[in-house]
Structure formats: structure tokens, C-alpha cells
Ligand binder design. Structure first.
Ligand code: NAD
Length: 485
């Protein structure tokens, strides 16, 4: 059974940066899949807009190549590809100049459809795009804009970006994308927490020992070295993706599943975070392995102190979480590509089985990748005679297995998020005040290590990160879960 397709209003979508890497890899394939699912009206316009001089035919060839590379299974349906390409066109324009803008405005004039503009360009162009959309009459009430990360590099720049966008758009028209929030499991986290009686009563410092969030990548910085070195793991991952996961895990139940109710609760979590002390922070840089260069040579700066790994202990000062630490880590060139959240419950207060049975904990693991799903580690009796020996086994719920073909048909994060933009549903998008609060928490952490002149600790490629990251846990009598696929 295919997953249910809910119709959306007719829409046109303009991708600024339509010839870029993100458009090619994610946005265009996502649109094609939604077209195949029947969520795009026949006369919907998909317009690529970028600097390169190109005509419609040239752009269709570009889109077709992108689909072939990034959606290979879909392109065997040649009729679908041809149908999609008929709706695709291109406008050459410069975000900062006047060329092309009138052509774009004419193409969209008089259309009775939601008009969405995806800003898939660097944030330095957001202001110019917003300004031009306004001056060429494309910033009406029905317009929605989608903006990519990075949303600023500190609180000051994030505030400036928010002010730039707010000059022409209402907050309800601005969709700040964090593709982690579009993942099926992330939303399932809310379903599990707030749709079951089982977990919520235990979801607090009385029963939860600690929570771990790991986002590990096996790749290095690759061709993005120059960009990455200006950012680092703290800005590139921690401030946004890990922070969003932390919010969903830690927030209070919203009164209803409504965009602002959910985002109000997430904001309260960020505002309740304590400052992170130096002793609770570890930064690392990967070393070379046999055939891959080290971080410093990949970014072309032998003295760079930017981190490719960061781990920290966060504390949330509120009634629910006081006393339960949240350990967060993310990095590149680690042992496996894994994103997971582990809720580690406390041991039972007393073991009736005696010391030889050992002490056991329940762990609820929420896997974002690989094998999206959850498992709950429970303690049972080891089978066989010879006394009461206990063993931990997983109650596994891999979605693909539990839900069958329906789970395999689940739209990817970009598909879901783009369709949410068309529906006008902002639940899975970051609000301006949320982003600012996240930077307000991040800035002093960065300022702290800059003032101390800390340098990142080296770690082996293919490892679990620097030694000090292990110590961050050992010191507290805890340990990280293994990073393994
Ligand atoms: P890219 O360099 O591959 O593409 C940039 C695009 O912007 C090109 O289409 C280019 O023609 C266009 N462009 C540049 N200057 C322009 C101008 N003055 N006027 C009009 N168009 C102009 O970049 P990308 O990797 O596609 O990333 C786009 C944005 O998305 C960036 O902000 C990036 O940080 C963000 N992002 C990218 C990824 C990714 O996987 N590539 C992931 C998350 C966020």
C-alpha cells in the first residue's frame, strides 16, 4: 500500500540558486517525487533562477541530469520525467542586479496559486532577494519564502538577517528550513512522546539518568573545506540540528499540535539551557588516515583551529530536567554514519535479584539513520536453568519492518518540508526567535574558547572522536554509546 497523498493547493515554486548543488541534489529530485505522487497541478510552474546564462531547454537538461544522478529509480518512468520537465523553466538573474527580475515577475503575474520562493543561495543574498521580490511586486500576502542554513554565524548576524527578511515579509511567510526536522523519525518522536501514556510519566529527571544525542559522519569536509573552516562543527551542526533534536526531546507537551504552540515550547527549552562551562566542552580535528588527508590540509590551513568535532554536556534548568545532563556530540570522519538519540533511564532503585544479576537500565534509542526507527532496551531473564541471570534485549521497531512497504514509501525530508511550505504549515520550521535564542546560547561558548585560545584535540579518522570526549562521560561515571552502523 502506498503512503497516503494529501492534496495541496496549486503552487508555483521558484528556486533561487536553481543551478546549485543543493537544488541539484535535494530540491529538484524532491519536487519530481512529489510530482510523481500527484501533488503538483499540471500547470504548476517550477522556475530555476540563478546567475548562469541558460535557456529553458538548457535548464531542463540540467534538471534531467540531476534526476538521473539523484533519483535514479524514478527516471525509468520516462513519461513522468517528460511531464515534470514540461513544468520546469529558467530565468537568468542576478540577485543583486536588475537583470531578469521583470521576466520572472511577468511569468508569475496573474497566477492563481501559492507562490513559494526557495532561497537556495548564501545568506549574503537574502536581503537582495527579499528587496527585489518586494519591488517587483512578488511579495504579496500569498508569498512564502524558504531560507536555508546557515542562518547567521552569531546572534548579531542572525538578528540582522531576521530584520532584513522582516522588512518585506511577515514571520508567517518565512520558512527557515532545518532538514532534520523533516525526518520521519523526528516527527515520530513527538508521536511517541505525546501519543502514548507509556513514556511521558517517566520523561523527567526522576527517571531519566541522561540523554545522548549523536550525529556522526564518516565523510570529511571534502570540497566544502573553505566554507566549513569558517564555520566548524559548533556552528554548522550543533547550533541548529542537534539543538533542534534537543528541543523536541526536552520540550513540555504543547497544548495542541499547532506551529506556534510547538515552537513556543521549543523556545522555552533553549532559554532554559545553562551556559556551557569549558570543562564540559571538547573540540577535535581529524587526523589523516591511509588514503585521506587530515583536516588541516583539506581546508588548506596548517594553523586552523576550527573544529571538525564537538561534544558538550548541556544542562536544562527547569523542573523537568534539573539534574539530568544532555550529552551532545557531532563530528566528521568518525567510525560510522549514525544519527541517534538515546534516552538512558535510571537503574531500578533496588535489585531483588542480588549482586550477581548485575544492574540494568532501560534505553530508548531513536535512530534517525541508518534504519530509521526506535528500540527500547528491556531487561529480561536469560533463558535456561541455573538461577536468575538478567540480560538486556531490544524491543525493536524498525519502521521499515513494522509498517511494511508503506514505510519505504515515506517522502524524504525535503519533500515533506517543501509540501509543508505549500500547505502553510510552519510546525517543522524554525521561528526567528528560536534561531536567535540558539545563537544566544552558542555565542558565549565560542567566545569562551576564543578567549582561552583553546585548540582542538586531534582524533583518528574512523574513531569515535577525541579522547577528551570519552572522558567527558567517564568523569560522570557514564559512557557514550558505540558509534556503529
Ligand atoms: P552552490 O554554490 O552550489 O550554488 C549557489 C547557487 O546560487 C548557484 O545556482 C548560483 O548561480 C546562485 N547564485 C550565486 N550568486 C548569485 C547571485 N548573485 N544571483 C543569483 N544567483 C546566484 O551552493 P549550494 O551548495 O547549492 O548552497 C546554497 C545554499 O544552501 C547555501 O546557503 C548553503 O549554505 C545552503 N546549504 C547547502 C547544502 C548542500 O548540501 N549543498 C546543505 C544545506 C544548506
Amino acid at each position: 500500500m502506498a503512503s497516503r497523498v494529501i492534496p495541496v493547493d496549486p503552487f508555483d515554486l521558484v528556486v533561487f540558486g536553481g543551478t546549485g548543488d543543493l537544488a541539484r541534489r535535494k530540491i529538484l529530485p524532491a519536487l519530481f517525487r512529489r510530482f510523481c505522487a500527484g501533488q503538483m497541478e499540471e500547470n504548476a510552474l517550477i522556475i530555476g533562477a540563478a546567475r548562469s546564462p541558460m535557456d529553458d531547454e538548457g535548464y531542463r537538461a540540467f534538471v534531467s541530469a540531476a534526476l538521473e544522478e539523484f533519483n535514479p529509480s524514478g527516471i525509468s518512468d520516462t513519461e513522468a520525467v517528460a511531464g515534470f520537465l514540461r513544468q520546469v523553466s529558467y530565468v537568468a538573474l542576478d540577485a543583486t542586479g536588475t537583470e531578469g527580475w521583470q521576466i520572472l515577475a511577468n511569468r508569475l503575474r496573474g497566477r492563481d496559486a501559492v507562490q513559494a520562493f526557495y532561497f537556495s543561495v548564501g545568506p549574503s543574498l537574502f536581503g537582495a532577494l527579499a528587496e527585489h521580490l518586494h519591488s517587483y511586486g512578488m511579495a504579496g500576502q500569498g508569498t512564502r519564502i524558504v531560507v536555508e542554513k546557515p542562518f547567521g554565524r552569531d546572534l548579531t548576524s542572525a538578528k540582522a538577517l531576521n530584520a532584513t527578511l522582516a522588512a518585506h515579509f511577515d514571520e508567517s511567510q518565512i520558512y527557515r528550513i532545518d532538514h532534520y526536522l523533516g525526518k520521519e523519525t523526528v516527527q515520530n518522536l513527538m508521536a511517541v512522546r505525546f501519543g502514548n501514556m507509556l513514556f511521558e510519566p517517566l520523561w523527567n529527571s526522576q527517571y531519566v539518568d541522561h540523554i545522548q544525542i549523536t550525529v556522526a559522519e564518516t565523510v570529511g569536509v571534502g570540497g566544502r573545506g573553505e566554507y566549513y573552516d569558517r564555520s566548524g562543527a559548533m556552528r554548522d551542526m550543533m547550533q541548529n540540528h542537534l539543538m533542534q533534536l534537543l528541543c523536541l526531546i526536552a520540550m513540555e507537551p504543547p497544548a495542541k499540535f499547532d506551529p506556534d504552540a510547538v515552537r513556543d515550547e521549543k523556545l522555552k527549552v533553549i532559554r532554559a539551557l545553562d551556559p556551557v562551562e569549558a570543562v564540559d566542552l571538547v573540540r577535535g580535528q581529524y587526523e589523516a588516515d591511509e588514503d585521506k588527508p587530515d583536516y588541516r590540509s583539506q581546508v588548506g590551513d596548517a594553523d586552523t583551529t576550527t573544529e571538525s568535532f564537538v561534544a558538550l554536556k548541556a544542562r536544562i534548568s527547569n523542573w523537568r530536567w534539573a539534574g539530568t545532563p544532555f550529552y551532545l556530540r557531532t563530528g566528521k570522519r568518525l567510525r560510522a554514519k549514525v544519527s541517534e538519540i538515546a534516552v538512558v533511564f535510571k537503574e531500578t532503585p533496588h535489585s531483588i535479584f542480588g549482586p550477581e544479576a548485575g544492574r540494568h537500565r532501560n534505553i530508548l534509542t531513536i535512530r534517525l539513520q541508518p534504519n530509521e526507527g526506535m528500540d527500547l532496551g528491556v531487561t529480561i531473564k536469560e533463558p535456561g536453568p541455573g538461577g536468575m541471570r538478567l540480560v538486556d534485549v531490544p524491543l525493536d521497531m524498525t519502521f521499515a519492518e513494522a509498517l511494511g512497504p508503506e514505510a519505504e514509501d515515506v517522502p524524504d525530508a525535503y519533500e515533506r518540508l517543501i509540501m509543508d511550505v505549500i500547505r502553510g504549515n510552519q510546525t517543522l520550521f524554525m521561528r526567528g526567535d528560536e534561531v536567535e535564542a540558539a545563537w544566544a546560547w552558542t555565542d558565549p561558548i565560542i567566545a569562551g574558547w576564543e578567549a582561552r585560545g583553546d585548540t582542538p584535540q586531534a582524533y583518528d579518522s574512523g574513531s569515535s572522536g577525541p579522547e577528551d570526549s570519552l572522558m567527558l562521560m567517564h568523569r560522570d561515571g557514564r559512557k557514550w554509546r558505540e558509534i556503529r552502523a
